[in-house]
Design a protein around this ligand. Structure first.
Ligand code: B12
Length: 212
């Protein structure tokens, strides 16, 4: 953990944050630990936003810092990883309708890819019908639904229901994740599991395709 990096992000010192992240990587810090630090910092910023102590522009800047640091970290993770040559399986990912948070989804997609999955990323604000189309076309074993808003609970549920209505529910395992999600929401949405982070997404997917 780097308190220096966490403080720079919380204090919105964008240039410092990027420099500190660069220095950490160059001095051999574990790349994933930088993402953990960003998550800690964004948690603080999110709480301040909820308390009315900061506003949307700060959320945007925080998101921007996380994206830049994520872009620096990803190649290091990819080169240190040992992605299997044979694809383990196919996954459809997306942020559900009404929700545009995508940085975390992109991290999950990236981690799934470097762990050997073929991922179709549908982007953000994805209507249930688009998930249905994608499952028909791409024939994944797993569907991942991301969402950060309480307003995303029902779109998650509707997406699972739409897959059921299309007769596709039994052909896929469905995992959900993101800020406001937990096991209870997974049960509410009738998904198969909640995953708290990108590694949980990888572990669930490996389990479901029989690789673990
Ligand atoms: C950055 C941010 C934004 C950025 C998003 C940038 C982007 N391109 O993604 C912007 C500025 C756009 C934004 C907008 C809004 N936001 Co916002 N945002 C955040 C913030 C600060 C950080 C989110 C984030 O990226 N965290 C970093 C990630 C990497 O950390 P992480 O969650 O641990 O990531 C892991 C898991 O999420 C998991 N995961 C994610 N998806 C999936 C999927 C699967 C299948 C699995 C298994 C795992 C998984 O894996 C990730 C990687 O390990 C959060 C606060 C918070 N602490 O979450 C608020 C927050 C989510 N936002 C909030 C709000 C209210 C909004 C707005 C409504 C604000 C407004 N008034 O306009 C809008 C909503 C717009 C919309 N329609 O979606 C609220 C939601 C409250 C609620 N109860 O609904 C929060 C919680 C802030 C708060 N405390 O009030 N936001």
């Amino acid at each position: 953990m780097s308190k220096e990096l966490i403080d720079a992000v919380i204090e919105m010192r964008e240039e410092d944050a990027i420099k500190i992240a660069e220095n950490l990587l160059n001095s051999g810090a574990e790349p994933l630990s930088l993402l953990d630090d960003c998550r800690t910092a964004l948690g603080v910023i999110g709480d301040r936003f909820a308390a009315g102590e900061c506003f949307v522009p700060e959320l945007i800047l925080a998101g921007e810092m996380l994206r830049q640091i994520g872009d620096m970290v990803k190649p290091r993770i990819a080169s240190s990883g040992n992605a299997p040559e044979k694809k383990l399986g196919k996954i459809v990912m997306g942020t559900v309708e009404g929700d545009i948070h995508d940085i975390a989804k992109d991290i999950v997609t990236f981690m799934l890819e470097i762990n050997g999955f073929d991922v179709m990323d549908l982007g953000v604000d994805v209507p249930a019908a688009k998930f249905v189309e994608a499952v028909k076309e791409f024939k994944p074993q797993v569907v991942g639904l991301s969402g950060f808003l309480t307003l995303a609970y029902d779109p998650m549920k509707n997406t699972v229901q739409a897959l059921k209505d299309a007769g596709l529910r039994d052909s896929v395992k469905i995992m959900i994740g993101g800020g406001q999600m937990d096991d209870q929401i997974a049960a509410y949405a009738k998904a198969d599991a909640y995953g708290k982070d990108a590694m949980a997404a990888v572990q669930l997917s490996k389990k479901w395709v029989g690789e673990q």
